[in-house]
Write a protein that binds this ligand. Structure first.
Ligand code: SF4
Length: 117
């Protein structure tokens, strides 16, 4: 008699790769208010940043927020100001790597993946 290992399911039907990265978000089901604190201070943003820090899809979220120039909320663990600063730095680095190519557009998703990957 052949013994087989019990089947394990690590993905539920709603948490498949096909469902997209949002299905894996650490913030799923949490009160979204914590990601839009007012006023935005180190104390008020700490809870959201802690959730984002353990999120398995943080880079996807961050890249999307940067690509959309999302003006509100903490996404990918960064505030809007921090995201703008990161994008400027990544674009500056990309221009340094290809100084003669002024027409090259580098997608925020790629920049973030390269920098944080
Ligand atoms: S990085 Fe933060 S805001 Fe983005 S999906 Fe993860 S927990 Fe939610």
């Amino acid at each position: 008699m052949v013994q087989t290992q019990p089947e394990t399911h690590t993905e539920t039907p709603t948490r498949t790769r096909r469902a997209g990265w949002r299905a894996w978000a650490e913030c799923a089901g949490l009160d979204t208010e914590i990601f839009y604190p007012e006023p935005l201070t180190p104390d008020t943003k700490a809870d959201a940043k802690a959730v984002c820090a353990r999120c398995p899809v943080r880079l996807d979220c961050l890249a999307e927020a940067i690509a959309a120039n999302e003006p509100f909320g903490i996404r990918g663990g960064l505030t809007p100001r921090e995201r703008r600063s990161l994008l400027r730095r990544l674009q500056r680095d990309a221009r340094r790597e290809a100084p003669g190519d002024r027409h090259t557009t580098v997608s925020p998703r790629r920049l973030v993946a390269v920098d944080c990957g």
